[in-house]
Design a protein around this ligand. Structure first.
Ligand SMILES: Nc1ncnc2c1ncn2[C@@H]1O[C@H](COP(=O)(O)OP(=O)(O)OP(=O)(O)O)[C@@H](O)[C@H]1O
Ligand SMILES: [Mg+2]
Length: 292
């Protein structure tokens, strides 16, 4: 596939419509961790309300560092981050967290309560939900994520996958306008992954903005997100899933595996990638009919 023309549009971030309402904007952001590690270099990115954005790339590329800027947990060393029009240097993560929910990569950084139930209720109480709504959302979170049987247990006694599940549940419980999931599928079985997909689709239908940091290409590919590739603190590609995953060189540079359907269609020299096996079957049967 000829990707030479695609590069420049990919690097510019072609998928964003100029009239969309921007709710997250990074303008030439640099960030160095306190030990001097330069984790973000000249990062510019805008995200519109209702977008689904996947951020992929090498270990240490700066993905987690980037998303922590969106709820003001980290603030740029140089440049500007604005969320809902407010410069994050003028606000706090406590103020933003009602609207910007983040599930951390490491569940142990998110959990501190003495039971699963109180962990879920903590945010809801903090944000001033009524007792009736707290009860309703807690029940929803426990049921949806299959945590009812653990409700009275200390979160630290859960397995790794269960802890991650609890973190996904507790943030989804307060329905933030912007949901950030940092490696949501780590340790998750197929049933939990399907639930996550369903939930992301529901949030999309509600025009909520969802940002997913992931190495799990088979999970994210069917959702066909706007895709941002990072390596060494920089964004190296930004475009539709088909554009970015179709750019073999950029994918290699960012050390991201191709989804199997993309591999298959590349090997058949078909650049129109199916989002799932059902579309693939349709496309292949059309080819078979056309070929007879
Ligand atoms: N708390 C910290 N203090 C110092 N350096 C850090 C800290 N957290 C991350 N770094 C460094 O910043 C860079 C970016 O790290 P980050 O966690 O953002 O990467 P990532 O893209 O999320 O990687 P991964 O795919 O492994 O999760 C790395 O070089 C990392 O070693
Ligand atoms: Mg990370």
């Amino acid at each position: 596939m000829d990707s030479s023309n695609k590069m420049s549009t990919l690097e510019r971030g072609s998928s964003k419509h100029p009239n969309d309402e921007t709710i997250i904007s990074f303008e030439n952001v640099d960030y160095s961790h306190p030990n001097g590690t330069a984790a973000l270099k000249h990062v510019s990115l805008s995200v519109s309300r209702g977008e689904l954005v996947a951020i992929l790339g090498t270990n240490g590329a700066g993905k987690s560092t980037l998303v922590r800027h969106i709820n003001a947990l980290l603030k740029p060393t140089h440049g500007r981050v604005a969320v809902f029009g407010t410069d994050t240097k003028e606000t706090t993560s406590a103020t933003l967290s009602r609207k910007v929910g983040i599930v951390f990569q490491n569940a142990n950084n998110q959990l501190f309560s003495d039971s699963v139930r109180s962990e879920i209720q903590f945010g809801l109480k903090n944000f001033g939900f009524s007792q009736a709504l707290i009860d309703e959302r807690t029940r929803w979170a426990l049921d949806t994520f299959g945590l009812q049987q653990y409700a009275d247990r200390p979160p630290m006694e859960l397995s790794g996958g269960e802890k991650k599940r609890l973190c996904n549940a507790l943030v989804l419980a307060w329905e933030p306008e912007i949901l950030i999931l940092d490696e949501p599928t780590v340790g998750q079985d197929s049933e939990q992954k399907e639930k996550l997909i369903e939930m992301i689709r529901t949030l999309q239908n509600q025009s909520r903005t969802v940002i997913v940091v992931t190495h799990d290409v088979e999970f994210i590919w069917p959702l066909q997100p706007r895709t941002v590739l990072m390596t060494a603190g920089k964004i190296i590609a930004d475009g539709s899933a088909a554009e970015v995953f179709g750019s073999v060189e950029k994918m290699k540079e960012a050390s991201v595996l191709l989804p199997q359907l993309v591999e298959l269609f590349n090997s058949m020299r078909i650049a129109q990638y199916p989002a799932n096996v059902f579309q693939a079957a349709d496309q292949i049967s059309q080819l078979a009919i056309g070929g007879t």
